[in-house]
Design a protein around this ligand. Structure first.
Ligand code: PMT
Length: 408
């Protein structure tokens, strides 16, 4: 139930807006007080009168309009609403509204109140748009920005779309939105991660060939950052040691930027003694050029040879020197069928759990926003997860680690 909860409902201009009077009615039926913030385009799809009638409050759109209904005047109303709200639901969220929220624009009531909402209050975003738009790099980038800020993103549902096509893009049904909102507002069960200290490695490493070139890989850091964000939300003290990536630091996470594998090890090592858990999500280069050249290597010959030497294994260094009670979790990126290699890494690196990460070059592995993981425990437990967003996959991984921590 949502008894006594104050909910801001942002509605942007997509066909799915026709479902929002029903959403408002369900919110009210669950005991919530609802303030609708509709964009001008939303009101092309659903009538202001209907929304005002079902919510029992005037619909707010323009930042200069006073509501004359108990709120302050227009000058401060957005601040009052930011304090008043227990949660902000934005459904449907169009590509345009996503971009505006991600950029921090604030020229209507919806986007303005997004900025005045008090820190820690949940924001639930339900995107709805054509499937191709949803998959576009710009929309995915904006979703990642908002997810990194702590917004909860509901994946759109599949089905027939306004375009007449069938695919991903439909706004989840109001019942599912309310269920998700209730989960967000429930006081979270205390996680065994609360108060624990952990190290997460993320991203690629760069191994210098000379002063202007390096060996590296395609890791974006998304998986490691999603793990760090999820663990921090559960109350862990997270040291995130990352190679060069283009991502925002998740709230509450201590980030240390490094370049090479050797630097990653030296940055993580000071936390080894006092951490409860190490998760290696980084794609660490196994080899580095033996002697990086000062300046720029000249192309004198038709061929050249570069001698490579092994890098230290950061995860194995931790796992093999750890104290009783410390957990070591790794990833193993392999092409399909590589589960035996993953199992080998579990044993050789002396890990408690390894996430066998299927690399298919399209939906799972480096750079993309989704991942297919199979979790292999030292105790022989195997959990095959479906293809999930990296945020969800991170949540499932941490769910699997929690009972291991409790046993320690
Ligand atoms: O960053 P993204 O674009 O989101 O992509 C995510 C990812 C694919 C990089 C990630 O999910 C992943 O699978 N990371 C591990 C990549 C890998 O296969 O690593 P590996 O097999 O070389 O190493 C196995 C484990 O040992 C990993 O936990 C790795 O972090 C660790 N390792 C490896 C070598 C080394 N020198 N030091 C290490 O700590």
């Amino acid at each position: 139930m949502l008894t006594g909860k104050n909910i801001l409902l942002g509605i942007s201009g997509g066909i799915a807006a026709y479902k929002t009077p029903h959403l408002v009615r369900l919110l009210k039926k669950s005991g919530a007080d609802v303030q609708v913030l509709a964009t001008e385009s939303a009101l092309q799809f659903v009538s202001e009168l209907t929304l005002a009638t079902v919510s029992g409050r005037p619909v707010l759109t323009d930042i200069f309009t006073a509501d004359g209904n108990g709120h302050d005047n227009a000058r401060t109303m957005h601040i009052t609403l930011g304090e008043w709200a227990d949660a902000f639901v934005i459904a449907p969220t169009t590509a345009n509204t996503l971009a505006r929220l991600a950029a921090g624009l604030c020229d209507d009531m919806l986007s303005l109140c997004f900025l005045t909402l008090r820190p820690g209050k949940p924001v639930l975003i339900a995107p709805a748009m054509d499937g191709h738009m949803y998959d576009s790099p710009s929309v995915q980038r904006n979703l990642s920005v908002l997810a990194a800020q702590g917004c909860r993103i509901m994946e759109p549902e599949s089905g027939s779309l306004a375009s007449g096509q069938c695919g991903l893009g439909r706004m989840p049904e109001p019942e599912s939105i309310i269920e998700k909102l209730m989960q967000l507002l429930e006081p979270p069960a205390e996680s065994p991660l609360k108060g624990r200290t952990m190290i997460v490695t993320a991203g690629p490493t760069r191994e210098k060939l000379d002063d202007v070139r390096f060996l590296s890989n395609y890791s974006s850091g998304k998986m490691g950052f999603a793990i760090a964000a999820d663990a921090a939300r559960r109350g862990a003290n997270v040291h995130l040691v990352t190679g060069p990536v283009n991502l925002q630091t998740p709230p509450g996470v201590e980030r240390i930027d490094v370049e090479s594998a050797a630097e990653m090890l030296e940055a993580a090592r000071p936390f080894f003694d006092n951490c409860d858990l190490f998760i290696g999500a980084a794609a660490v280069a196994d080899y580095r050029p033996e002697t990086p050249v000062e300046g720029k290597i000249k192309k004198n010959d038709a061929e050249m040879e570069i001698r490579l030497v092994r890098n230290p294994d950061i995860l194995a260094t931790f796992a093999t020197s750890r104290k009783l009670g410390q957990l070591a979790v790794g990833f193993a990126l392999e092409t399909a069928g590589g589960i035996d290699y993953a199992r080998k890494k579990l044993v050789e690196k002396q890990l408690d759990l390894v996430a066998f990460n299927v690399y298919d070059g399209r939906t799972s592995g480096f750079e993309v926003d989704t991942n297919a993981l199979t979790l292999l425990g030292r105790d022989g437990n195997i959990t095959e997860l479906p293809l999930l967003s990296k945020e969800k996959a991170a949540g499932k991984l941490i769910d699997a680690i929690e009972p291991l921590l409790q046993r320690r």
